[in-house]
Every structure is written in C-alpha cells, then in structure tokens.
Design a binder for this molecule. Structure first.
Ligand code: ADP
Ligand code: ADP
Ligand code: ZN
Length: 219
C-alpha cells in the first residue's frame, strides 16, 4: 500500500477523477480536495465567492486563478489537510500547479505526483451525460454505471440527486476545449519533473481503483 499522500488527479471532465479521488482519500485518511465541489458548495449557499464563480462555471470556463488559489490555500490550512490531500480538478492551469508546489514547500511538504486518467472522448461524454450529484453531500452517481439504491435519492444522506447545470452538451464541449488549452499543458509540466503517472481510466470503478493502487505503489 502506498504511503504517498499528496496526489493530484488529472484528466478531462468525466474521466472519473472525483469518483477515484473520493475512494483514495478515504483509504489514505486524508481529505478529498475538489475545487469543483468547493465552488458548487459556495454557489449552493450563495456566498460572495459563489456568485463570482457561478458565471464562469455556467459558461464552462475556468474560474480565475486568484479566486481559486485563495480558496485552496484556505482549505489547506485546515488541520485535516496536514497529513496530505487528494486533489481533484486542481490544479487546472500551470500557474495553479506552480502555486500548489510553492504552498506545499512553504509547509515543508511536496507533491508526490499527478495521476493522468486517460479516457476517450465518447466515453467521457457518456459518463457526463448520466452523471448525477447529491445536492446535500455532493456524492457522485451515474444513472447506468453507479446508480443509487433508490432512484433520485442519495445512498449516503438521502439528499436529492440532480444533474449539474454545466453538464449539458454545449457546456461540456466548451469544457473539453478549455481542458485541452488550459489544463493539458500540466501533463508536460509534471512529466518534465518525473511526477506524472499515466493510466487507463476505462473499466469499472473497482477495476480503475485497483489499477490506481498499482500505479501509486510503483517506485
Ligand atoms: P469535472 O469534474 O467535470 O472535471 P469540476 O467539478 O472539477 O468538473 O469543475 C466544474 C467547474 O468548476 C469547472 O468547469 C470550472 O468552471 C470550475 N473549476 C473547478 N476547478 C477549477 C480550478 N482548479 N480552476 C478554475 N476553475 C475551476
Ligand atoms: P470527473 O471528476 O473526472 O469529472 P466523475 O468521477 O464525476 O469524473 O465521473 C463522471 C461520471 O462517470 C459520474 O457519473 C461517475 O459516476 C461515472 N464514473 C466514474 N468512473 C466510472 C467508471 N470507471 N465506469 C463507469 N462510470 C464511471
Ligand atoms: Zn448525499
């Protein structure tokens, strides 16, 4: 079992980052830090930050780095993040990746590496189309591949399941383009430093989780 506890989950929208990050974080006993979830929580509770982020998210654009970085910096000062974190959907730009390295270094830590989940586009679209999330606890489901026990209700907390406002076809297309231009350069960024693990994101959730454990256990 891996002792790596500071890991970035990288990949396009719908690749399964959130699903795998949640499981891995639970197993490692560290928080799952998803900037998308943090933003959706701010939007849902109508904070000033949420109102600022909402317009970008609805268009499928990235929230500006300044807003994103201060939100993550605050999250990492919480005591539960002292032992590490599984980052999901963050960093999404090279500037964010550099800032993450700097913040970890300032606390005497370093990122162990980034896992790139590789999934072809048609599968991404199929995963996103069936995605539902719990409005209360943010758990993720899929109508076909990870359905809740009772339709439209969260297994964990009983909350209502919804689809994400940015999971419609046009916004997904925009998000995939934004991924290619803004986020894909992170692959080279981490590869240059020998901090990138590429892995196949196809197969069942359990199969991908087992593959992820193998990747993280490598020297
Ligand atoms: P997905 O799981 O489909 O990759 P996320 O839930 O991670 O999507 O993100 C949803 C939206 O939240 C993004 O399209 C973007 O608008 C915003 N967002 C999330 N993380 C970041 C980030 N690190 N930087 C800028 N914007 C972000
Ligand atoms: P991301 O965070 O990369 O956007 P998610 O973890 O939200 O991706 O997964 C996208 C959708 O695909 C969700 O509905 C999720 O339940 C489903 N999903 C995740 N992993 C798998 C898998 N290995 N096989 C089938 N469906 C999956
Ligand atoms: Zn729930």
């Amino acid at each position: 079992m891996s002792r790596r506890t500071r890991i970035v989950m990288l990949g396009p929208p719908g690749a399964g980052k959130g699903t795998q990050a949640a499981r891995l974080a639970t197993r490692l006993g560290v928080p799952h830090v998803s900037t998308g979830e943090l933003f959706r929580h701010h939007v849902g509770t109508d904070t000033a930050l949420g109102r600022e982020a909402d317009a970008y998210m609805r268009r499928g654009d990235l929230v500006p780095d300044g807003v994103t970085l201060s939100m993550v910096a605050e999250r990492l000062t919480a005591p539960d993040a002292a032992a590490g974190a599984v980052f999901d959907g963050f960093p999404r730009t090279v500037a964010q990746a550099i800032a993450l390295d700097q913040q970890l270094a300032a606390n005497g830590h370093a990122l162990d590496g980034a896992v790139l989940l590789e999934v072809p586009r048609d599968t991404l679209v199929a995963r996103i189309t069936g995605r539902r999330f719990c409005a209360q606890c943010q758990a993720t489901y899929h109508l076909e591949w990870s359905p809740p026990a009772v339709a439209d209700h969260c297994d964990r907390c009983g909350g209502d399941l919804r689809w994400r406002a940015d999971d419609d076809e046009a916004t997904v297309a925009r998000r995939l383009t934004v991924y290619e231009t803004e986020t894909f350069p992170l692959v080279a960024f981490y590869e240059t430093d020998h901090r990138l693990w590429r892995m196949d994101g196809l197969g069942s959730v359990d199969a991908v989780a087992a593959r992820l454990e193998e990747v993280l256990a490598r020297d």
